[in-house]
Design a protein around this ligand. Sequence first.
Ligand code: FAD
Ligand code: NAD
Length: 466
Amino acid sequence: MQTTTLLVIGGGPGGYVAAIRAAQLGVQTTLVEAGNVGGTCLNIGCIPSKALIHAAEEFHKLTQYAGGTPLGLSLQSPSVDIAGTVAWKDAIVGKLTGGVDALLKKNGVRLVKGWARIIDGKTVDVEQPGQAGGKPQRFICEHLLLATGSEPAELPFMPFGGPVVSSTQALSPSVLPQRIAVVGAGYIGLELGMAYRKLGVEVSVVEAQDRILPAYDAELVKPVQAALKKLGVPLYLSSRVQGMDESGRGLRVAAGQSGETVLPVDQVLVAVGRRPRTQGYGLESLLLDMNGPALRIDDQCRTSMRNAWAIGDVAGEPMLAHRAMAQGEMVAEIIAGKRRRFSPAAIPAVCFTDPEIAVAGLAPDDAKRQGMDVISASFPFAANGRAMTIESTDGFVRVVARRDNHLIVGWQAVGRGVSELSTAFSQSLEMGARLEDVAGTIHAHPSLGEAVQEAALRALGHALHI
Ligand code: FAD
Ligand code: NAD
């Protein structure tokens, strides 16, 4: 039996950041992780997906060059060696997870590899790999931090296996399918669906709602929808999958009143959301309050049990790595005696489609629903010199601000490379910037960021370049 002040279950971005920060602050910390540190994000989520998206974009560019381009570049017969692409992606994952291992060690976190089982709020058993049935290691802790993440949601009538895959398998294909149907036009469905299309796979998308990316406002999504059309990705909206047909190579799809269609497929990627991981490790014994399928937490990430904390995906939406990290850092500081609360001005979100979507804070309709009187203004990339030089004039930046005092309450953008603008968006919101602050800041020329300044100028009624 061993004792520790803080025991963290789960070494994803929430858990490993919490462990590092707690150890930095002198809290004796043990981190239990069943797989590789880095969790979903580094191993089977954010990083591998962005690597695959990048490889697919590069290949797509090459295929376009093969036909000759207005830039005067040409090339012959590019091809994909998917095993090589996956190996390159795995090497990035290895570098990053190795880096986290080293950081944990350097900061003095005790890393225990194995599956944690909660006995009570202060006692956790850890089964070492390959030790099922053997005697687990027992830990007694003062604080228990639950950072167990989430897992892909399954369709009950079409469980994962065979041709039905989750994002985890789709990120490590041994061969590329000829035809894939993606179920769910959310983050994963569209990020990976577009990447597969750019790698030459025939992709179709089935979505239950009447539009893609239903979490974002319709205007933002339009350029993504146009890009899907240009890539030749058919969309089946307001549609429900019914299951595979008898041959196992057809996906049955029902669309409203218009009957059933069978899509010929080699694979089906089911991406209909993720579920907090709350089962299989004795969590139920704590009888914690729930918020739907997630653990209920307060603004310090406390659960309903004293000294039991929860962060990241297991504590519900938004299931984003940077939120998990911010919560992890905060909980570590509270345990170390600092006064902290989780009250960010905004949690930015980026969808890595092509074009990308980046948002922080309120969209105009959100603000109106909250009873705010707002002004909003957009600046199109079609009027931005930098966008022209990188051949990506689709999209725009939009700002939303209070009418009375010009306090900025939200930013939205769609366009190639706008993920990098999310930093400016979050900083302006967190620092309480007004339209005049952004309009009066010198933005480097030529850059996509000039569209941020111009959106603020336009909201003030005096844009310069439109
Ligand atoms: P996780 O990262 O899920 O980590 C939980 C860890 O706990 C796992 O390593 C698991 O092995 C371990 N664990 C669970 N139970 C036990 C137990 N009983 N004993 C021992 N260990 C246990 N977010 C973004 O912000 N940006 C993106 O671009 C992005 N892209 C994504 C792409 C994909 C394909 C997916 C699937 C997700 C993506 N996400 C993205 C979401 C992001 O990965 C998650 O929000 C984030 O990983 C959550 O962190 P976490 O620490 O809460 O949990
Ligand atoms: P999602 O919630 O983004 O999208 C799921 C989509 O599936 C929705 O559009 C929904 O309407 C649709 N849907 C649900 N049931 C359906 C059904 N039976 N048939 C057809 N469509 C159906 O979920 P996801 O794409 O699986 O991603 C899970 C989570 O992972 C995201 O919510 C996000 O938190 C995280 N993630 C983030 C990023 C990023 O930040 N760039 C990337 C990938 C994943």
